[in-house]
Design a binder for this molecule. Structure first.
Ligand SMILES: *Cc1c(COP(=O)(O)O)cnc(C)c1O
Length: 375
């Protein structure tokens, strides 16, 4: 048997991705490098199609979290620069070099492993020194950067391609800490300059790139904005690229007191209809949305009632609403004048929109079309 039979889909608009790339590009000073961040399967949107769309729309290069994610892009024939943003261990250096990826480094063993792997392969590998200016996860202490730069310089097989840091609070209302981190980075740049070294600098994620043009440096690494998700509360609108849709599998009128789902956590307060939908927590519709979230059906906003189960969920709809088996259900996206955004899920769930879109599971087919076109 072939073909999709269960119509729960993540509909991804590559036109929206392209529009967002152009919007970010328009906010950058001329000549600023735009790295399109497509880690984690392009935040759940599908790494290869998104990467191709982003490059076509004007991104200069790609960034991923893991070498494996870079390999997948290479296997798809993508020849652009690809930076692995995550820390690698020395034993991963060979896999970076063989796929012609770029790596970050902040320790002598990783620098030496990259240099040696490239030398053996008869190639050069591009390395970005990562400095920790206050995220506190990975990166060299600022005072250690000159010694690491010297270490890089010993390897003819290494091209020193960048100095980078990552900002911890660029989406926060209070910009004080972000400014502090950036000044810390500039002090490192200055120390290197005094020794005659100059290298491209990049620090900004989506929020920093769009909120603080002064932090764009030589390049920005934008993920969230490319997917049309707002990088900080109240950001200028972008075009959300993913809709999550499903279908009504049953609809029935129920009397007052009718109980729904595991644990009978919901009882109809009055006669109404219950519409059952072919999506559940195994698809990424998190169980914590039970009796809390909503979906769009028949042009109405309908609350999710009862517990979300693995493969199904239930909506309450008014008795008079014309809802039928087979009707489309929008879990994320627009229907009529209503919209449910990843930010709404994030608020219901006490998380961030990043986690919402990354959490749409592999079971959900990604379908590439503009959601506002006829299929
Ligand atoms: C994920 C990531 C980004 C992109 O961040 P957004 O907020 O999605 O734009 C940039 N830099 C690094 C190091 C990252 O890990």
């Amino acid at each position: 048997m072939t073909g999709a039979t269960r119509r729960t889909e993540a509909v991804v608009s590559l036109a929206a991705v392209a529009a967002n790339v152009r919007a970010v590009r328009a906010a950058l000073a001329p000549g600023t490098m735009l790295w399109a961040v497509v880690k984690a399967n392009a935040y759940g949107h599908g790494a290869v199609p998104v990467a191709l769309a982003a490059l076509r729309a004007g991104a200069d290069a790609l960034a991923v979290a893991l070498p494996e994610e870079g390999w997948a892009l290479r296997r798809a024939g993508i020849a652009s620069r690809i930076l692995v943003l995550g820390p690698i261990l020395p034993e991963q250096a060979g896999g970076v070099v063989s796929a012609d990826l770029e790596a970050i480094a902040f320790s002598p063993p990783v620098i030496d492993a990259l240099g040696a792997a490239a030398q053996v392969a008869g190639r050069r590998v591009a390395v970005h020194l990562k400095v920790d200016t206050g995220m506190g996860r990975v990166g060299a202490a600022p005072q250690d950067v000159p010694a690491l730069a010297e270490r890089l310089g010993r390897w003819r097989s290494i091209e020193w391609a960048g100095l980078m840091t990552h900002l911890s609070d660029a989406d926060h209302e209070d910009a004080t800490w972000t400014g502090e981190q950036y000044r810390q980075l500039l002090r490192v740049v200055e120390r290197l300059r005094q020794r005659g070294w100059s290298v491209p600098v990049h620090a900004a994620n989506s929020a920093a790139a769009l909120r603080f043009p002064g932090l764009q440096a030589d390049g920005v690494r934008a993920g969230l904005a490319l997917y049309g998700l707002e990088p900080w509360p109240g950001a200028p609108p972008l075009s959300p690229a993913m809709e999550l849709t499903s279908v009504v599998t049953m609809v029935k009128p129920v009397p007052r007191g009718f109980a729904v789902g595991y644990g009978h956590t919901y009882r109809a307060p009055a006669p109404q209809q219950i519409a059952t939908v072919a999506a559940g927590y195994a698809d990424g519709v998190r169980r914590a949305l039970s009796n809390r979230g909503a979906a769009l059906v028949g042009g109405l906003r309908a609350p999710i009632v009862g517990r979300i189960s693995m493969d199904q969920l239930t909506l309450a709809v008014p008795l008079a609403a014309p809802v039928h088996v087979g009707d489309p259900v929008v879990l994320l996206g627009r229907q009529g004048n209503e919209a449910i955004r990843a930010a709404d899920w994030a608020e219901w769930l006490g998380t961030i929109s990043y986690e919402v879109v990354c959490g749409i599971s592999d079971r959900v087919p990604r379908v590439y079309r503009d959601p506002h076109e006829a299929p």
